[in-house]
Design a protein around this ligand. Sequence first.
Ligand SMILES: [Zn+2]
Length: 314
Amino acid sequence: MRLLNQDRVRRVLESMYNKGRVPNTILFWGPSGVGKTVAALDFGKGLLCRKGVMWGCGECESCRVYESIADRILKGEWDEIKYYGESQSGRKIFLYLKGEHPDFIFLIPDGHVIKIDQVRAVKEFAWEKPVLSPAKLIIVEGADLLNPQAGDAFLKSLEEPPYDTFFILTAVNIKNILPTIISRSFVIEFGPLDFESFREITGIDDKEMYELSGGSVSRLNKLREKASVREMVNKFLEGDASTVFSCIQKIGSYNEDDVVLFFDLLEESIVGKMSTNVEMLERVIDVIDETRKDIPKGVNVTLAIAYIKTIIGG
Ligand SMILES: [Zn+2]
């Protein structure tokens, strides 16, 4: 069981489990990157364990299948376990993550929100009888990302859940969850990681980084990403021809968020460095603005950056 420094959370969960009083719906909320998903997956293993062992026995058929799925979920290896269905109009739609365990699904947003078709599919699953385990488990990652209709529909499945179906919801912004969903859930708050746990997970023994990241592993990853994009901007502006060429190639393979970040940092840096050459500055900023706007439409980023380089010279 990997609850790290969330000792209070561990105590609450263990007490529920030992008393045989696990509520049908539990909501974990708190900052991202402090172990909510890991806790949901670990606790869920015990709920499905055929030997009824807290945190799972690790040996029964349920635990073995479950562990391999949980592992893929945590590593973000989702392609093989993405489960699709059909919308009411017959369109192919992404529903949730589902591996070989018949009694477990993991609901994640489709894009940035959880949609009503996904919730309908979850509801159907909730009413099936368990096959391998004594119960069924639905983990909802991002209960604060249910769109309004989906939230209403989801509420209906929580109002009268089958006694052997458990829901574990995770959320960062509790304010974005329907109050009626909160009132039907047993709410457990997660705090930031302490320095020891942070060091154990990230291998970083640096108090300053810990404080900058606010004890959150995902915020740390964002900071690191930002640092590496910033370095790319510097190389792009100051490197020799072959460095610049390889920068351009690399930026071309960035995801959308990182491309936007690259342009933001580039703009910041250029404004600082070229403030004397106003005309050139305006041209570059125009190109940056245009390109940034067209990123969602699939603009050729590589070409745009190469063009920027020809304007600023070097
Ligand atoms: Zn087991």
